[in-house]
Design a protein around this ligand. Structure first.
Ligand SMILES: *Cc1c(COP(=O)(O)O)cnc(C)c1O
Length: 398
């Protein structure tokens, strides 16, 4: 029997096409053929969660008090660990009861924040390229997304002056993310000051995604939105345990900042979910209390992969500036090739999986993203295959 009498709601039909579908299909076919794929496409960190976190989870699992429904708003001790971590890292004081909320991963919270605050037709400003949920969440809510196309000559920073005044006047929310996925760009503190002034002037809710808070190199320390005076009046900031702590499958993140905004999100979530398994909150609490030496090891691991790959890519014609943060490199496609065509041909010819930049919105067209999610020996193998297939960066007229 065909279900031709039912189709997904309009809010799903309005979503931009899913660029990964064709790539997934080709990946599956290549695997069937026994090809050795080197998947540098995902943002899925390799390696286990830290041992003290695993130990804390096992101990918490032995306690039957953790087996029932968790508190809607998250456990008091995880919320305290979050606000203590903020105090330690950014010297920002937050109230654990009203200004911090645990999430089932930050992706969940970023999408639900859109459903909490956006009506159909509301205007949201989202840079392009961006982490997909920053525009897909608002699209599901029926909002109108005003894309700000980011440019390499502007170091992929948002040009606030380029936002038309009527859009700024009408916009309800602005999503942004530095250090950035997918471009790996970072923003100076002055940029954060400017965007806070902009949001206060136009009364726009600032939603900052700081999920690469600790994946920074060469001593660089990413800025928290909440370090900026006045930011808490108009903003919230999202974090994840997925990246730094190799806990992507555990589904734990959190949001901090303006208490009224967080209260709204909490109200929506109370109607949708029961929060995070208490065992995982106990483990996440442990992760936030790990000594800095753990963070330094993680940073060193990604930093050496970054150096290795940038050097190897230079020999293939790519001149990639040293990234200051994130687990990605952002490469221009050889001239004349679209993101999808280039990523598909690299996959077919070499078994190396890259993410086409247009998966992150129209502003990502002409680029691909490589994730630093394999050890250097695998990265060396990937480079060898690119070399053998004569895949190089060439500009027009060269
Ligand atoms: C990976 C990533 C997330 C997702 O985090 P989860 O907590 O695993 O849902 C959010 N934002 C950005 C920019 C990311 O790269």
């Amino acid at each position: 029997m065909t279900l031709d009498w039912i189709s997904p709601a309009q809010r799903l039909q309005k979503l931009p096409p899913y660029v990964f579908a064709r790539l997934d299909e080709l990946k599956a076919r290549a695997r069937e053929q026994g090809l050795d794929l080197i998947d540098l496409g995902m943002g899925n960190p390799d390696g286990p969660a830290p041992q003290p976190v695993i130990d804390a989870a096992i101990a918490a699992l032995q306690n039957p008090n953790n087996h029932g429904y968790p508190p809607f708003e998250g456990t008091a001790s995880f919320r305290r660990a979050i606000t203590n971590w903020y105090q330690r890292c950014y010297d920002v004081a937050l109230n654990p009861d009203s200004e911090a909320l645990p999430l089932l991963g930050s992706k969940e919270g970023l999408a639900h924040l859109a459903l909490t605050y956006l009506n159909p037709g509301d205007i949201v400003i989202v840079p392009s390229p961006a982490y997909p949920v920053h525009f897909r969440g608002p699209a599901i809510a029926g909002a109108q997304v005003h894309s700000l196309i980011l440019k390499p000559e502007n170091d992929w920073l948002i040009d606030l002056a380029a936002i038309p005044d009527e859009i700024a006047q009408a916009a309800k929310i602005l999503y942004f993310n530095y250090p950035s996925n997918p471009t790996a760009a970072t923003a100076p503190r002055e940029f954060f000051e400017e965007i806070v002034a902009f949001a206060r002037k136009y009364e726009i809710l600032l939603v900052h995604d700081l999920c690469y808070a600790e994946l920074a190199f060469d001593g660089y320390q990413p800025t928290s939105l909440l370090e900026i005076p006045g930011a808490k009046d108009i903003g919230v900031e999202f974090h994840t345990m997925s990246k730094t702590y190799n806990m992507a499958g555990w589904r734990v993140g959190f949001v901090v900042g303006n208490q009224h905004i967080i209260q709204g999100l909490r109200t929506l979530k109370t109607n949708l979910d029961y929060g995070i398994f208490s065992v995982l909150q106990a483990a996440a609490e442990t992760a936030l209390q790990l000594p800095d030496t753990y963070i330094h090891q993680v940073q060193k691991r990604y930093q050496s992969r970054r150096d290795f790959l940038i050097e190897g890519l230079a020999q293939l014609g790519w001149d990639i500036p040293k990234t200051k943060a994130t687990m990605y490199l952002w490469l221009p496609c050889p001239t004349g090739l679209s993101s999808t065509d280039f990523a598909l041909s690299v996959l077919q010819e070499t078994g190396v999986v890259l993410t086409p930049g247009n998966a992150f919105g129209p502003g990502g067209e002409g680029y691909v993203r490589i994730s630093l999610i394999a050890e250097c020996d695998r990265l060396a193998e990937a480079l060898k295959r690119l070399q053998k297939a004569n895949i190089r960066y060439e500009k027009k007229g060269v």
